[in-house]
Ligand binder design. Structure first.
Ligand code: ADP
Ligand code: MG
Length: 235
Protein backbone atom coordinates (compact mmCIF):
# COMPACT_ATOMS: atom_id res chain seq x y z
CA UNK A 1 0.00 0.00 0.00
CA UNK A 2 1.04 3.56 -0.68
CA UNK A 3 -0.02 5.93 2.09
CA UNK A 4 0.18 9.66 1.48
CA UNK A 5 -0.51 11.68 4.63
CA UNK A 6 -1.19 15.40 4.80
CA UNK A 7 1.01 16.36 1.88
CA UNK A 8 1.17 20.00 0.89
CA UNK A 9 3.12 21.59 -1.93
CA UNK A 10 3.44 25.25 -2.84
CA UNK A 11 5.08 26.88 -5.83
CA UNK A 12 5.66 30.40 -4.56
CA UNK A 13 2.23 31.69 -3.51
CA UNK A 14 0.46 29.00 -5.46
CA UNK A 15 -0.87 25.93 -3.63
CA UNK A 16 -0.55 22.86 -5.84
CA UNK A 17 -1.43 20.35 -3.07
CA UNK A 18 -3.38 21.32 0.02
CA UNK A 19 -3.10 18.79 2.86
CA UNK A 20 -3.66 15.78 0.61
CA UNK A 21 -4.05 12.27 2.02
CA UNK A 22 -4.50 9.17 -0.11
CA UNK A 23 -4.24 5.40 0.24
CA UNK A 24 -3.44 3.29 -2.80
CA UNK A 25 -4.38 -0.29 -1.87
CA UNK A 26 -1.84 -3.08 -2.36
CA UNK A 27 -2.07 -4.65 -5.78
CA UNK A 28 -4.72 -2.19 -6.97
CA UNK A 29 -4.83 -0.29 -10.22
CA UNK A 30 -5.77 3.12 -8.84
CA UNK A 31 -6.49 6.08 -11.11
CA UNK A 32 -5.82 9.65 -10.01
CA UNK A 33 -8.40 11.49 -12.07
CA UNK A 34 -8.89 15.21 -12.40
CA UNK A 35 -8.77 18.20 -14.72
CA UNK A 36 -5.57 19.77 -15.95
CA UNK A 37 -3.81 21.76 -13.23
CA UNK A 38 -5.53 19.98 -10.33
CA UNK A 39 -2.24 18.71 -8.89
CA UNK A 40 -2.16 15.11 -10.14
CA UNK A 41 1.36 15.12 -11.57
CA UNK A 42 2.72 16.97 -8.55
CA UNK A 43 1.28 14.30 -6.25
CA UNK A 44 2.63 11.50 -8.43
CA UNK A 45 6.06 13.12 -8.53
CA UNK A 46 6.09 13.48 -4.74
CA UNK A 47 5.14 9.80 -4.33
CA UNK A 48 7.96 8.94 -6.74
CA UNK A 49 10.49 11.20 -5.06
CA UNK A 50 10.94 13.44 -8.11
CA UNK A 51 9.63 16.40 -6.14
CA UNK A 52 9.78 17.18 -2.42
CA UNK A 53 6.67 17.93 -0.38
CA UNK A 54 6.60 21.01 1.85
CA UNK A 55 4.78 18.98 4.50
CA UNK A 56 3.43 15.49 5.01
CA UNK A 57 4.73 11.97 4.45
CA UNK A 58 4.79 9.14 1.93
CA UNK A 59 4.91 5.51 3.09
CA UNK A 60 5.35 2.68 0.58
CA UNK A 61 4.74 -0.87 1.81
CA UNK A 62 5.45 0.15 5.38
CA UNK A 63 8.62 2.14 4.68
CA UNK A 64 8.58 5.88 5.23
CA UNK A 65 10.18 7.12 1.98
CA UNK A 66 9.47 10.81 2.50
CA UNK A 67 13.19 11.60 2.50
CA UNK A 68 14.37 8.73 0.32
CA UNK A 69 15.70 9.47 -3.20
CA UNK A 70 13.65 8.14 -6.15
CA UNK A 71 16.03 5.37 -7.20
CA UNK A 72 15.73 3.81 -3.74
CA UNK A 73 11.94 3.79 -3.60
CA UNK A 74 11.43 0.69 -5.76
CA UNK A 75 9.33 2.50 -8.33
CA UNK A 76 8.78 2.04 -12.05
CA UNK A 77 7.80 5.17 -13.96
CA UNK A 78 6.04 5.64 -17.29
CA UNK A 79 5.48 9.14 -18.64
CA UNK A 80 3.57 10.53 -21.59
CA UNK A 81 6.71 11.17 -23.59
CA UNK A 82 8.82 8.12 -23.16
CA UNK A 83 12.54 8.69 -23.41
CA UNK A 84 13.78 5.48 -25.03
CA UNK A 85 17.46 4.95 -25.68
CA UNK A 86 17.36 5.36 -29.44
CA UNK A 87 20.63 3.58 -30.13
CA UNK A 88 19.58 0.50 -28.13
CA UNK A 89 17.37 -2.36 -29.24
CA UNK A 90 14.04 -3.05 -27.57
CA UNK A 91 15.72 -5.90 -25.67
CA UNK A 92 18.46 -3.62 -24.34
CA UNK A 93 16.01 -0.85 -23.48
CA UNK A 94 13.81 -3.19 -21.46
CA UNK A 95 16.79 -4.88 -19.81
CA UNK A 96 18.68 -1.68 -19.03
CA UNK A 97 17.64 -1.39 -15.38
CA UNK A 98 18.62 -5.00 -14.75
CA UNK A 99 21.96 -4.54 -16.49
CA UNK A 100 22.96 -1.60 -14.31
CA UNK A 101 22.03 -3.76 -11.31
CA UNK A 102 24.57 -6.30 -12.61
CA UNK A 103 21.97 -9.02 -13.16
CA UNK A 104 23.44 -12.05 -15.02
CA UNK A 105 22.75 -11.94 -18.76
CA UNK A 106 20.70 -15.14 -18.90
CA UNK A 107 18.43 -13.82 -16.16
CA UNK A 108 18.03 -10.50 -17.99
CA UNK A 109 17.17 -12.29 -21.24
CA UNK A 110 14.58 -14.49 -19.54
CA UNK A 111 12.91 -11.57 -17.75
CA UNK A 112 12.90 -9.38 -20.88
CA UNK A 113 11.40 -12.18 -22.99
CA UNK A 114 8.70 -12.77 -20.39
CA UNK A 115 7.73 -9.08 -20.28
CA UNK A 116 7.87 -8.56 -24.04
CA UNK A 117 5.50 -11.49 -24.45
CA UNK A 118 3.10 -10.06 -21.88
CA UNK A 119 2.97 -6.70 -23.70
CA UNK A 120 2.70 -8.34 -27.12
CA UNK A 121 6.16 -7.41 -28.34
CA UNK A 122 7.58 -10.94 -28.40
CA UNK A 123 8.85 -10.61 -31.95
CA UNK A 124 10.24 -7.10 -31.56
CA UNK A 125 13.28 -7.61 -29.33
CA UNK A 126 15.83 -6.78 -32.03
CA UNK A 127 14.10 -3.67 -33.30
CA UNK A 128 15.07 -0.13 -32.42
CA UNK A 129 12.56 2.29 -30.87
CA UNK A 130 12.30 4.23 -34.16
CA UNK A 131 10.95 1.06 -35.75
CA UNK A 132 8.01 0.89 -33.34
CA UNK A 133 4.65 2.65 -33.46
CA UNK A 134 3.76 5.07 -30.65
CA UNK A 135 1.59 2.45 -28.98
CA UNK A 136 4.28 -0.21 -29.24
CA UNK A 137 6.79 2.21 -27.77
CA UNK A 138 4.59 2.79 -24.71
CA UNK A 139 4.19 -0.97 -24.33
CA UNK A 140 7.98 -1.18 -24.36
CA UNK A 141 8.00 1.55 -21.69
CA UNK A 142 5.63 -0.53 -19.55
CA UNK A 143 7.87 -3.58 -19.93
CA UNK A 144 10.93 -1.53 -19.06
CA UNK A 145 9.34 -0.05 -15.95
CA UNK A 146 8.37 -3.53 -14.74
CA UNK A 147 11.65 -5.27 -15.58
CA UNK A 148 13.24 -4.47 -12.22
CA UNK A 149 10.19 -5.77 -10.35
CA UNK A 150 9.25 -2.46 -8.76
CA UNK A 151 7.06 -2.36 -5.68
CA UNK A 152 5.00 0.35 -7.29
CA UNK A 153 4.25 1.46 -10.86
CA UNK A 154 3.56 5.17 -11.41
CA UNK A 155 2.09 6.25 -14.75
CA UNK A 156 1.55 9.90 -15.71
CA UNK A 157 -0.84 10.23 -18.68
CA UNK A 158 1.08 7.40 -20.36
CA UNK A 159 -1.22 7.24 -23.38
CA UNK A 160 -2.02 10.94 -23.65
CA UNK A 161 0.03 11.59 -26.77
CA UNK A 162 -1.60 8.80 -28.78
CA UNK A 163 -4.71 8.72 -30.93
CA UNK A 164 -8.00 7.42 -29.53
CA UNK A 165 -7.89 3.94 -31.04
CA UNK A 166 -4.36 3.24 -29.79
CA UNK A 167 -5.25 4.68 -26.37
CA UNK A 168 -8.11 2.22 -26.05
CA UNK A 169 -5.83 -0.67 -27.02
CA UNK A 170 -3.23 0.42 -24.49
CA UNK A 171 -5.79 0.53 -21.72
CA UNK A 172 -6.45 -3.11 -22.40
CA UNK A 173 -2.74 -3.89 -22.40
CA UNK A 174 -2.26 -2.11 -19.10
CA UNK A 175 -5.21 -3.91 -17.55
CA UNK A 176 -3.92 -7.28 -18.80
CA UNK A 177 -0.40 -6.52 -17.61
CA UNK A 178 -1.71 -5.50 -14.21
CA UNK A 179 -3.74 -8.70 -13.95
CA UNK A 180 -0.58 -10.72 -14.62
CA UNK A 181 1.89 -8.79 -12.49
CA UNK A 182 -0.37 -7.40 -9.69
CA UNK A 183 1.98 -4.51 -9.01
CA UNK A 184 0.45 -1.65 -7.02
CA UNK A 185 -0.25 0.91 -9.75
CA UNK A 186 -1.17 4.59 -9.70
CA UNK A 187 -2.30 6.00 -13.05
CA UNK A 188 -2.63 9.76 -13.49
CA UNK A 189 -5.21 10.70 -16.10
CA UNK A 190 -7.63 13.49 -16.97
CA UNK A 191 -9.69 11.02 -19.02
CA UNK A 192 -12.80 9.88 -17.10
CA UNK A 193 -13.47 7.10 -19.55
CA UNK A 194 -9.95 5.77 -19.14
CA UNK A 195 -10.21 5.79 -15.35
CA UNK A 196 -13.67 4.21 -15.33
CA UNK A 197 -12.74 1.52 -17.81
CA UNK A 198 -9.55 0.16 -16.27
CA UNK A 199 -9.14 1.25 -12.65
CA UNK A 200 -10.48 -0.71 -9.70
CA UNK A 201 -10.13 2.33 -7.47
CA UNK A 202 -10.37 6.00 -8.43
CA UNK A 203 -9.29 9.12 -6.55
CA UNK A 204 -10.86 12.27 -7.95
CA UNK A 205 -8.74 15.38 -7.66
CA UNK A 206 -9.66 19.00 -8.17
CA UNK A 207 -8.06 22.23 -7.15
CA UNK A 208 -5.21 20.78 -5.03
CA UNK A 209 -7.57 18.45 -3.13
CA UNK A 210 -8.71 14.86 -3.32
CA UNK A 211 -12.47 15.09 -3.41
CA UNK A 212 -13.66 11.52 -3.60
CA UNK A 213 -12.22 8.02 -3.58
CA UNK A 214 -14.09 4.91 -4.61
CA UNK A 215 -14.67 2.17 -7.12
CA UNK A 216 -15.73 3.09 -10.66
CA UNK A 217 -19.34 2.05 -10.08
CA UNK A 218 -19.63 4.17 -6.94
CA UNK A 219 -18.14 7.23 -8.63
CA UNK A 220 -20.30 6.78 -11.69
CA UNK A 221 -23.48 6.47 -9.65
CA UNK A 222 -22.72 9.07 -6.98
CA UNK A 223 -20.24 11.63 -8.28
CA UNK A 224 -19.32 14.13 -5.56
CA UNK A 225 -18.03 16.71 -8.01
CA UNK A 226 -20.46 17.70 -10.76
CA UNK A 227 -17.70 19.36 -12.75
CA UNK A 228 -15.26 16.49 -12.73
CA UNK A 229 -17.60 13.50 -12.73
CA UNK A 230 -21.09 14.87 -13.10
CA UNK A 231 -21.75 14.30 -16.76
CA UNK A 232 -20.88 10.66 -16.26
CA UNK A 233 -23.69 10.19 -13.77
CA UNK A 234 -26.69 7.94 -14.40
CA UNK A 235 -29.05 9.02 -17.18
P1 ADP B 1 -2.00 18.21 -13.31
O1 ADP B 1 -1.01 17.12 -13.47
O2 ADP B 1 -3.23 17.82 -12.56
O3 ADP B 1 -2.36 18.83 -14.62
P2 ADP B 1 0.15 19.58 -11.94
O4 ADP B 1 0.38 18.79 -10.73
O5 ADP B 1 1.10 19.38 -13.08
O6 ADP B 1 -1.35 19.37 -12.44
O7 ADP B 1 0.15 21.11 -11.59
C1 ADP B 1 -0.69 21.65 -10.60
C2 ADP B 1 -0.49 23.13 -10.58
O8 ADP B 1 0.81 23.42 -10.09
C3 ADP B 1 -0.59 23.77 -11.95
O9 ADP B 1 -1.29 24.99 -11.83
C4 ADP B 1 0.83 24.01 -12.34
O10 ADP B 1 0.96 25.14 -13.16
C5 ADP B 1 1.52 24.22 -10.99
N1 ADP B 1 2.92 23.75 -11.04
C6 ADP B 1 3.32 22.47 -11.22
N2 ADP B 1 4.65 22.37 -11.20
C7 ADP B 1 5.12 23.64 -11.03
C8 ADP B 1 6.43 24.21 -10.91
N3 ADP B 1 7.53 23.46 -10.96
N4 ADP B 1 6.50 25.55 -10.72
C9 ADP B 1 5.38 26.30 -10.64
N5 ADP B 1 4.15 25.84 -10.73
C10 ADP B 1 4.00 24.52 -10.92
MG1 MG C 1 -0.14 16.36 -15.20
Amino acid sequence: MITVSNVSKHFGDFTALDDVSLEVPDGSLTALLGPSGSGKSTLLRIIGGLEWADAGSVVIHGDDVTNVPPQKRGIGFVFQHYAAFKHMTVRDNVGFGLKIRKTPKDKIDARVDELLNIVGLGGFAKRYPSQLSGGQRQRMALARALAVEPKVLLLDEPFGALDAKVRTELREWLRRLHDEVHVTTLLVTHDQEEALSIADNIAVMDNAHIEQVGGPRELYDRPANPFVMGFLGPV
